[in-house]
Design a binder for this molecule. Sequence first.
Ligand code: ABC
Ligand code: CA
Length: 474
Amino acid sequence: LDDTSARSASVYQIVTDRFARPSSVSSTCNTSDRKYCGGTYASITEKLDYIAGMGFDTIWISPIVENIGGTTGEGEAYHGYWTLDPDGFNSNFGSADDLKSLSSALHAKGMHLMIDVVINHVAATSSSTFQPDSAYGPFSDSSDYHPFCWISDYSNQTNVEDCWLGDDSVALPDLNTESSTVSDYWNNWVKTLVSNYTLDAVRIDTVKHVPKTFWPNFVSSAGVFTQGEVLNGDATYVGPYQNDAKVNPFNYPAYYPLLRGFNQTSGDLSELVAMTQTIQSNFNDPTLLGSFLNNHDNPRFESTVTDTSLIKNAHAYPFVSDGIPYGYYGSEAGFTGGADPANREPLWTSNYDTSSEMYKFFASLNAARKAAGNASDTFYSTQMNITSPSSSSILIAKQPLISILSNSGSSASDSSVTVQSSASGWTANTQVIDAISCETLTTDSSGNLAVTIKTGLPRVLIADSKKGSVCSSS
Ligand code: ABC
Ligand code: CA
């Protein structure tokens, strides 16, 4: 994917070990055990229609390289982030050929593959006994590492870049990414990785722990779209990673206000509106940020919020706003896991139900986004305009898609919001469809539209003439 094609992607995030496994495996998968549960590439391959059925066209899978074996004080390396040898392959999820088959199967369906990569560190069971040796493949010499110190001060960037993540149970020895031996290796490695598995995109772990100067060469060596994790809520901190380091960050700055705005009926939505301005002034291109509500590092939104209308509004945001939407596996199944490791439930217990309300909800959101992109060449690349018509609602104008999200909750009485013609671009007597309820509404003689918010549900509106497949299956 290049930037232009990446903007129209919709990504489904998978924890490889937990998404699907062969039916011959029947052991119980307790998230709290932090053990491998048997998920494989071959089993993902069999479930692509389940993913495509929700309208997602790209999957992001866990890191694929050889990890430390056995168990630690924090369990096994089932998540794939504990690199041992980046030239080795983690065979717990199947073979390299199985991964190539997954890649081909995706491409045959017009879908894309994104793989997670960890550049900042490797892993060891103890910081004090860590001795680089041949088990670490290319990084067998002590000069390949920064000397040991734990990251202790997140406000000190040198400390964040040079010291080690992890703890006494699992240390994450920090690579000396300033060394040309290390950076040359990684640049060549990522190029080979993309080529071996015909990757379309790369997700980059721990971006803020590596100096910005490392990234431009790495990104150009990858040669495909990259989305990177800069885990910080401050847009002025995250912005330079896009503007200077050339990695497109996940939108953590929007994530925290999104959470706080919709996790209770008294949430303050003005914070999200204000943050949108801050983001638009701090990033060269907000339409390339990775937009998400849930992921594998944070408690699922549903772990603290039970109101189905609040849940739907919060999930709608990434799909109707700027940036590339990411859905985290299990959201469609109503999973409610809290902090890591509870948020990494096995999906097989859901029986891959395609008739659930949330499964259909994601399909509706993706259909609306796709219809808008098909109807307008500038939809994906034009920045949205967010306003707040009332204290419990926001209006997101991203023509031709107009959405009203609200945090009034499912027991709220009806309320009305007017969409001005100047915001929507709609003219007099235009028929408009709501992709969520499939209700058809008609603008007045001035092109304005009075929209009733019912039971706190989101409204995702597009002119009937541009609806594409919206509401075609209901
Ligand atoms: C293991 C156990 C966990 C246990 C943990 C201590 O150790 O499983 O139960 O709680 C992988 C595994 C994890 C594993 C870790 C460590 O390795 O997935 O299960 O946790 O062994 C990335 C990945 C993540 C991955 C790694 C390591 C990195 O997405 O899945 O974890 O390869 C930091 C890093 C970030 C990292 C994250 C887990 O830790 O920066 O890259 N994620 C502050 C800091 C952040 C910090 C965050 C969480 O806390 O600034 O740098 O992230 O510790 C906002 C602020 C933010 C602030 C947040 C909390 O609040 O703006 O700055 O973040 O308002
Ligand atoms: Ca580092």
